[in-house]
Design a protein around this ligand. Structure first.
Ligand SMILES: Cc1ncc(COP(=O)(O)O)c(C=O)c1O
Length: 380
């Protein structure tokens, strides 16, 4: 029997606990487990880096939500990315990365992986031909996408790029953090691995840092699990419990994020202080049609460019009262930031540098009229 998304979010991996019937999976805050005899651990649990029932519950739920076979929960999104990179790549290999991506992802490839002999090329992922041209057949092991991209909200065609990657013998990785599995399921569209910063929409309450990898390929899932244990960047039991608590409401939260973001984007398009609004839900966004094809709705992230340049963008960020000036995204509260000086500062001077007049909004689920009034006063 197949269940709908919201049913899976609430029940997958979360059967009542067998001893007491506790409806919510308990926090198994333990490092180790008593064994019934040498070589006879109970239900395979021997040490919490290798396995923990609270983490398992989250992993099973995430696998179900992304229509995958294996999900693994990590200490952060970047820990998940690093584990994937070191499982699949060796010195001499090459990866294609987006020319618009989270600054920390860029830093991982350009400042860390490169030192270990993994080279990279940045490509415009909204342009299928540009990605194909960036691939070095035989050397390219991964084609890495974000869609929507952070922070310019570009859209990549997942199904088309899966074919391009596979034709060249590479795997397609999709960072699904901005969309969440409620809005987009990359594995169903042909991707090999989904990456999440569960810190964002999946957790949803800005109270926990975490990451995940999900794959439909059982063999690759086993290799990733081996490396997760060997490298050790696991999600702790309390963090897994908090994330699982957040994930139960992902569907209803995302619908409200989308409702509010659509109103905010529409409001910004009419404002004199705004030069350009970047939101894939707007019909004139270059990726609108592709987004409509592969996403349920268009998400809660909206970026815009201020008419008065960098100083103006910074001033707007400093002036909001309901939108909190902070890094991160995807929580119930609205956030505002200046990517050039905050989340994407590490990409300065690189092909991934972001425009200085850019403001990024993570539109929360507050009363939308309060959000519009706050932006109106901050824009002046
Ligand atoms: C799209 C995207 N991917 C990955 C990450 C990294 O995740 P974390 O901060 O949980 O390590 C972030 C963080 O902002 C992000 O926005």
């Amino acid at each position: 029997m197949t269940y709908g998304f919201e049913t899976l979010a609430i029940h997958a991996g979360q059967k009542p606990e067998p001893r007491t019937g506790a409806v919510v999976p308990p926090i198994f805050q333990t490092s180790t487990y008593a064994q019934d005899g040498v070589g006879a651990p109970r239900e395979g649990y021997e040490y919490s880096r290798s396995g923990n029932p609270t983490r398992d519950a989250l992993q099973q739920c995430l696998a179900a939500l992304e229509a995958g076979h294996t999900a693994l929960a990590f200490a952060s999104g970047l820990a998940a990315e690093d584990t994937l990179l070191r499982t699949v790549c060796q010195p001499g290999d090459h990866v294609v990365i987006p020319d618009d991506a989270y600054g920390g992802t860029y830093r991982l490839f350009a400042r860390v992986a490169q030192r270990w002999g993994v080279s990279w090329t940045a490509a415009k992922v909204s342009d299928v031909d540009a990605v194909r041209a960036a691939i070095e057949p035989g050397r390219t092991k991964l084609v890495w996408l974000e869609t929507p991209t952070n922070p310019l909200l570009g859209i990549a065609d997942i199904a088309a790029l899966a074919t391009v990657a596979h034709d060249a013998g590479a795997r397609l990785v999709v960072d699904n953090t901005f969309a969440s599995p409620y809005l987009q399921q990359p594995l169903v569209l042909g991707a090999d691995v989904v990456v999440h910063s569960t810190t964002k929409y999946v957790g949803g309450h800005s109270d926990v840092v975490g990451g995940a990898l999900v794959t439909a390929d059982a063999e690759l899932g086993a290799e990733l699990a081996y490396h997760q244990n060997a490298m050790g960047a696991i999600n702790g039991p309390f963090d897994a419990w908090l994330t699982l608590r957040g994930v139960k409401t992902l569907g209803v939260r995302m619908d409200r994020h989308c409702d509010n973001a659509e109103r905010v984007a529409e409001f910004l398009t009419r404002h004199k202080a705004v030069a350009q609004v970047l939101y894939p839900g707007l019909p004139d966004h270059p990726g609108h049609e592709t987004a409509a094809k592969q996403m349920r709705r268009f998400g809660g992230m909206v970026s815009f460019r201020a008419t008065g340049g960098e100083a103006h963008a910074v001033e707007i960020c400093n002036r909001t009262k309901v939108f909190v000036l902070a890094e991160s995204l995807g929580g119930v509260e609205s956030l505002i930031e200046h990517p050039g000086r905050m989340t994407h500062a590490s990409a300065a001077g690189s092909p991934l540098e972001v425009p200085a007049d850019l403001v990024r909004l993570s539109v929360g689920i507050e009363t939308v009229d309060d959000l519009l009034a706050d932006l109106a006063q901050a824009l002046g």
